[in-house]
Write a protein that binds this ligand. Sequence first.
Ligand SMILES: *Cc1c(COP(=O)(O)O)cnc(C)c1O
Length: 426
Amino acid sequence: MTLPTAGFQTRLLHADHPDAQREPNYPLAPSMSLSTTFHVPHPDFKEEHEAYLNPPENSQDTKIHVYSRYTHDTMARTEQVLTSLLGANALTYSSGLNAIISVLNHYAPSVIAIRNGYQGTHASIELYTRGRDVRIIDLDDEYPKVETTPTTDGSGVKIGGLLVWLETPLNPTGEARDIAHYAKRAHEVGGYLGVDSTFAPPPLQDPFKQGADIVMHSATKYMGGHSDLLAGVVAVKDVKEFNRLWHDRTYLGTRPGGLELYLLLRSLRTLGIRVARQSENAEKLAKWLHSLTEEGEPSPETPQEITGGRVVRYVWHTTLQPRDGKNDPRGYCEGKDFDPSSQMTGGPPTFSFWLRSEAAARILGQKTTYFQAATSLGGVESLLEHRWASNRTENPHVCRISTGIEDFEDLRADLQQAFVNVASLS
Ligand SMILES: *Cc1c(COP(=O)(O)O)cnc(C)c1O
C-alpha cells in the first residue's frame, strides 16, 4: 500500500533514508563523516570501481565518495532532508554569508537592488564588487534592463544582469516585504529574485511560491537552532542550476565541516516543532509589547509605569502589518499596503521594538533572567540584543528579540520585571 505524500515534520525525520530496507548497517542516527578521502574499490568490483572513476554530477544520490570536498555521507543526507524541506535542490555552505557570496558568483550581477537588512550581506556584496563594475540600487528604484551573457555550462543561467536581493522578514525589525511584487518587477526586466528567508524558515514561508528564483537561509539560525554551528543553505528549483552551484562550491571549497553537518542534520529533525513554538511565543510577545505602547490596551494588572508608551514606544512584527508608519519613530515602514499572511503562516520569531529611553535600551538585556544578552537568533534559548552593539548604523533605541522555546508566561514576566527595572531611566 502506498502512503499519501508525507507531511513536513515526517519528511524532516525520514527524507534521508528512503532505501534503508536495502542497506545493511544503515545508521538511523546519522554518523559524522570526518574522512577527507575514501578507498578506491578494487577493479574486480566493476560497478563500484566504475562509479568511483566517474563521480556523479552532484552529491544528491551518490554512495561512492572520492574526496570530501565533493561528497560525503553526512552532507548527502543533510541535503536530502533540506531538498525535501525546501521543495527545491538544496546545497549547504560553511556559513550564511558564504551562501550569499555563492549566489552572487552564480548570477554574477552587474546591478544589485537591495535595501537595509542584515549588515553582513552588504559587506559580502562589497567583497563581490571589488574590481568589478557593479551598480547598487534601491529595491524600489526603477530596474534597468541589463544585457546578459548566457553561460556555457548548460545551466541556462544568464550572467551579468540584475539581481534583486530581498530579505524578508527583514532584520532586525521582522517586517515582511511583498515577494510576489519584487519577483514580478525583477522578471519584467529579465532579472533574478533572490530571497534571504532566514527570518522565516520552513514551515513559515516558501518564497518559491511567490516567484523567487533562488532561496537562501543562514542555517546558523533556525535550521541549526541550538547556537552551536555556522552554516548556510541555497536552494534552486532547476537541477541544472543546482549542478552549476555544486560545481562552484566544489572549487571554492566552501562546504561546511563534518561536525557542523552532523549537528545540522540532527537539528533539522526538530525544526518543525521548534519553529512553531518560537513563532507562537513571538506572536504573543509582540502582541503584549504592543499593548504597552501608546496605541495599545494593556491588561489591568500591568504595572502603570510601563504602560501608555512610557517604556515601549513602538513594536515591529508582521502580525502588526499592514500599517501606515505614522507612529513609527523612523517615519516610514516596510510593506505598507501588504498583508504578510498572503505569503507567511504565523509571524517571525525574531523582531524588534523601540524603547523610549536609549539608556534603557542599552541595559535591558542585562536586566533579564531568561533572555540572554547576545547577538544572533534562531536558537532554542531566547535572546535580547541592543542592536546598535552589532550594527552601528542601527538606531540606539532599538532592541531585538530572538524568541526561544521557553514557556511564554515566563518570557513575558521576565520582560515585564526588566521594564519595571528600567522605567525610571530617561
Ligand atoms: C545571520 C544572517 C546572515 C548571515 O549568516 P551567517 O551564518 O552568520 O554567515 C544572513 N542573513 C540574515 C538575515 C541573517 O540573520
